[in-house]
Design a binder for this molecule. Structure first.
Ligand SMILES: O=C(O)CCC(=O)C(=O)O
Length: 411
């Protein structure tokens, strides 16, 4: 792998006033990287092929997609963004993280997706802040659909975080938000953006976004660029954005050359026996793990699903082996749906597993033509670090750990 990114002359310099403003405010923009027309095909690929497929490097389909989607990489590496990052920071830069913030329209009677006031430093273990943030609008981002709000100047100091049980606050923040007495919300600047526009921000800036009160989803791509010599806390690979990497402290991989594809029904794993350590076509799962040679995946969400190939006719018998549950209550709350229809479960215990079984009608199984979707629904996810504060630093949201799913013809 070449440790030198191909590069032409810098075209989109920031001037000294802009650099000074960035240093003082902790953010800068909006700038335009793409026209709205140019964004249309990018948005389609993101919605159809990226947000519908699992991320090979994260339990969340929204994260680290610059590593497996050429479209996401093209957006991150466009000169209008890279040149400005370079003129702010350094000519040697890698991308260490990306996240598609896909905010659905708020539904009446359900918690609304609001990102509380926070500093990204909370999530980052980097010793020094050597990290630049970019937020690029994939759809419009405005006051109605919850664009990002920022408080100028808050990047210079750490703001205390406090517990907040506001049901609207996104699970990404573990019930925490910035101490509301530590800043004045009236100072906020709202980043209203058209698709293709972006802003730059310091990872420590205090920011937030409201629920989406429009009828369309609001999608933004955010990523972090850092110096190649910053050793990352996780062993994720990085991709060179600009300049060269002489330090080799992180695994360096080349940019992706294609986009992921949801599997065709014929390419899906056979429903007769699917072990969750295999590549999964589905959403809401942590990366595969092993416990005493038994492969499994934890559910990362309250609804996790997978698709399997079903070429049979007639009724089927579905069996699922559950290896662990984050709590007995979470296990008891399990509902399974097959092709979006609830099924009634019978429960038993084998030596290692809790086994749930059900029969599924032929009509249900024929619904998706060759594909059967099995979805697991639980009342909540929990974190071991909250359940066992003295003995666990596992901060992942967890539900059930599933070992296998099997669907065979029964009639
Ligand atoms: O997209 C949003 O609404 C929030 C973004 C955010 O919190 C972040 O990029 O850290």
């Amino acid at each position: 792998m070449s440790a030198i990114a191909s590069k032409t002359a810098i075209k989109y310099h920031l001037n000294t006033d802009e650099i000074e403003r960035y240093r003082q405010q902790g953010f800068l923009g909006p700038f335009t990287a793409f026209s709205q027309e140019e964004m249309t095909p990018y948005r389609e690929i993101i919605c159809d092929r990226v947000l519908t497929t699992p991320s090979p490097f994260s339990p969340y389909q929204t994260q680290m997609r610059h590593l497996d989607s050429q479209t996401i990489w093209q957006l991150c590496s466009t000169p209008a963004i890279v040149d400005r990052l370079v003129s702010l920071h350094s000519k040697d830069l890698v991308v260490r993280y990306s996240h598609l913030f896909d905010k659905p329209p708020a539904k009446p009677g359900q918690p609304q997706e609001e990102y509380p006031w926070h500093q990204d430093r909370w999530h980052s273990q980097l010793e020094q802040i050597e990290s630049l943030g970019v937020w690029l609008a994939i759809t419009p981002a405005n006051l109605e659909n919850g664009c990002v709000d920022l408080i100028p100047g808050t990047h210079t100091h750490a703001i205390k975080k406090v517990q907040n049980n506001n049901a609207n606050f996104s699970g990404w923040f573990g019930g925490l938000c910035a101490d509301p007495t530590a800043f004045n919300e009236a100072d906020k600047i709202s980043m209203v953006l058209q698709p293709g526009q972006f802003f730059l921000f310091d990872e420590r800036i205090l920011h937030h976004s409201n629920p989406n009160y429009s009828r369309e989803r609001r999608i933004g791509l955010t990523f972090r660029a850092t110096l190649p010599s910053v050793k990352l806390e996780r062993s994720h690979p990085v991709i060179l954005l600009s300049g060269s990497d002489r330090s080799s402290v992180n695994p360096l991989i080349p940019p992706p050359e294609s986009d992921p594809h949801p599997l065709e029904a014929s390419a899906l794993p056979d429903a007769a026996h699917f072990s969750l350590e295999q590549r999964i076509s589905g959403i809401g799962w942590h990366l595969a793990e092993q416990d005493n040679n038994i492969g499994f995946r934890w559910m990362s969400e309250r609804r996790s699903w997978l698709d399997l190939s079903w070429q049979e006719e007639g009724e089927g018998r579905l069996t699922c082996q559950i290896l662990h549950a984050v709590s007995p209550e979470v296990l008891q709350s399990l509902e399974i749906r097959v092709c979006d229809r609830p099924v009634s479960l019978s429960w038993s215990q084998s030596d290692r597993f809790v086994v749930v079984e059900t029969s599924v009608t032929a009509e249900t199984l024929q619904q998706y033509q060759g594909r059967v979707r099995v979805s697991f629904h639980i009342a909540q996810t929990l974190r071991f670090c909250d359940l066992y504060p003295d003995s666990s630093n596992d901060t992942r949201e967890l539900g059930l750990a599933i070992h296998s799913v099997s669907l065979v013809r029964s009639g």
